[in-house]
Structure formats: C-alpha cells, structure tokens
Design a protein around this ligand. Sequence first.
Ligand code: PFF
Length: 469
Amino acid sequence: MQGREQWGTRIGFILAAVGSAVGLGNIWRFSYVLGEGGGFAFLLAYILCIFLIGLPVLLAEITVGRRGQSDAIGSFEKIAPGKGWKLAGILGVLSGSLILTFYGVIAGWVFYYFFAYLTGTAGGVGEGEYTDFFLNFIGSSVGPVFWQILFMAIVIGVVYFGVKKGIEVANRLFMPLLAIIVVILAIYGLTMEGAGEALNFMFAPDFGQLGNMDVWGMAIGQAFFTLSLGMGAMITYASYLPKESKLPSAAGSVVALDTLFAIFAGLMIFPIVFTFGMDPGDGVGLLFMTLPEAFGQWGTGGTIFGVFFFFLVGIAALSSAISLLEVGVSWAMRRFDWSRQKATLTAGIIITIVGIPSALSQGAVGFLSDIPLPGGTFLDFVDVITDQYTLALGGMITALFVGWGWNKVEVLRETGLQDTTIGTLWIWFLRVVAPLGILYIVWNNFYNMFIATEESLSYFVLHVLQYFL
Ligand code: PFF
C-alpha cells in the first residue's frame, strides 16, 4: 500500500480550496439570487451567513479532514469510530456526487456558450432572440449531452493525475487566470453607463427585505453552496494536508477570496444588466439569456466580452467540479482499495451517465417531465434536493460533531486555536448558532416547498408512484 497523497505546498491546498469554492455559484448562482433577493439586503444577509455560519463550518470541515487523513466518510470513522457521525460523510459523498451530475450539465452549457461566442454563432443572434437561442439549445438532445460529456472528460482527466500532479497543478494555473480576468471585466463594467445603478443596487443600504425570511433562506443556501460545504469536498481536500499547516488562516483566506470573487462577479455583471435596461431579477436565466441579450445589443464589444466571460465561468466551473469528483474518488479508493485511475474512471463515468437525464430534462426531451417534481425539471429537482436539504444537513452534523461530539481540547489543539477566546467562540458557534440557523433554513425550505404550496408531499408521492406503477 503506498502512502497517502499530499499537496505539494500549503498554498497549493489554499488555491485548490478556493478553486472548489469559486465556481458557477459565484457567478451564475450568486448573480441571480442577488438579483432576486433585491440586491443590498441579500448581500448583507449573505455576508452575515458567510461569517457566522459558513466560516465556522468550513473550519470544522477542514479540521475533520486534516485530523482524519481520510476521505469524507473515513475521516469521521477514524476520529470517532462506530459513533454514527459518519452520516455527515455519507451525506457528503452522496450530495457531492449528485451535485456533480447536474453541475456538469450546466457547465456544459457554459462551454457551449464559450465556443459559440468564439466562433461567432452567439454574436450573430438577432435582438430579442437570445431566449430562443438558449431554450433551443438546452431543449435539444445531442448538444447538451455532448458538451456535458466533454466537460466531464476534462474533469476526469485532471483528477486522474492525482492530488499534486493533477488537482494542484490545474488550480495553480486556473486561479491566477480567473483573478486576472474577473478584475479586468469588473473594471470594464465599472466604466459603463449602468455602473452607478449597479453600485446602487448592490451597496446602497436598504434594509426593507431583511425581514423577509426567504432572503435569509437564499442567503444561507448560497453561503453553503459557494463555500462547497456539506458535501465532503473540503474534508477531502484538507485530508491531503500535512499535520503542521495552520488551519484558521487557511479557512479565512478561502472565505475572503471566495466572497471577493463573488463581489467582483457582481461588479462585472450588473453594470451590463443596467446599461442595457435588463431586469436583475430575471432568475436562473440571467447568465444564459439576459446577459447574452445585452452582449448582443452592445455589438462587437459584447461578443469579445462574451468570449472572456464564458471562458472565465467555464474555468471556475471546472475547478469546482474537480473537487466534487475527488470526494467520490477518494472514498472509492479507500473503500474498494482501488487505484486512483480505476476509481476516477469508474466514479467519473457513473456520475456522467447519471447526469444525462438532467441534460435531457430541459424542453423538448423533457425527461420525467410528466411528474410534478419539486423545483420543476429533473435537473432542478436534483439541484433543490441537494442545495436545500442534504448539503445543509451534512454541514449541520459536521458542526454538531466538532462542537459536541469531539473533545473540545483536542479540537482546539488540532486547529491550532488552543484555549483562546476565538477558539471558544468558534466552538459555541458550532454548538448553537450554526445548527439552529441551518435547521431553521431547512424547515423554511420544506415549508415553502410542500406546505405553503398546493403541491403537498402526498400529492408528489402519489405522482411518483403513478409514474412507476
Ligand atoms: N462552490 C462551488 C460553486 O460556488 O460553484 C460549487 C461546489 C463545488 C459545491 C464543490 C460543492 C463542492 F463540493
């Protein structure tokens, strides 16, 4: 048996963790939830959630991984054998792999857009026709599946080469590239006519929406998703850290860089949205319909912006998807005693195949479209289940484990916080604030989905049964 793989350097780990965190969530998801959540109020709620819940849980996950020196499930087993805490890891491996099934589909759309801007296809679409352009593409069958498979092949290729030679090398290249492109595009955005309105939208104090619990629900969901929490990714990445590296500053850097990136993404997107009189609350289609429409009206400048923009989003998605695949691969290598190569190919291919129904669920093919799935299409369904439930529960169990289930002195020694006020504060955040916050949100999501709508749980179950019987 060979020794366990490790990062080449501490910065390699930080870059990879930032790579995992910065993804579609910071650009596609962040911009539409910010738009729907009314701008500033959402931003405020989001930043509070990031620091009060996200950062403590991230540090908890990193601590579990580094101490356990094993995958998301194995780490819990090693630290607290036979105690049932590994449920967090099981949820993690399941959600990580499930998320990758549809993440690969959406990333495939992004790759297609990049290609379409590069070859001029997307630049030549007429005014008002970008909605059809998008819907025709995702509603077809060959296109979305082709781009999903292409994207997944690259992800599999990187993970195949291992922690140091594959994941670390890729992120060392990708992260600086992302930073440069997002800063340039954001600066450009700030020179546009709509910049003032965008800044106003994002930063002008308006506390009205803060009483709206849905805004908080979206904020905490976004905090978990964007920091890659609750799905074993950070546990897995931290398990490749050597014993001596400092954990709190690493967690702090990841949170700071991820948040900064999201804000820059907002500065790049919203000026365009306002300059061309689009609606920031357009929802999921913001990236694929609203922005391209604006690029189209802008002309050649918009096409060039489009090429860089979708390249940026594609790379961000790639580095996140790599971490999602690594969760399952790391587990399979230990569980079945497989080589990295065998585990990567097996997990990668299974996840790609399970993602195909999501790729086919939009529009014409409409996979499973006759069941009233919560969320809408099959893709939305997998998204909603993971985003709103399994991630949060996995994160909550991890917080409870580090807060209550593991000896406090040992935990603090492991993180390097020792007996400091910050250490004690952190433990209490994990014990009380994070679990209560998460529980509230899960309940709120459940209430909105099944109780406050006429589609009750029993109605849904009935339809599922009807479909299969
Ligand atoms: N954090 C990523 C994003 O913001 O797009 C998504 C993600 C990646 C979630 C990896 C979870 C994960 F394990």
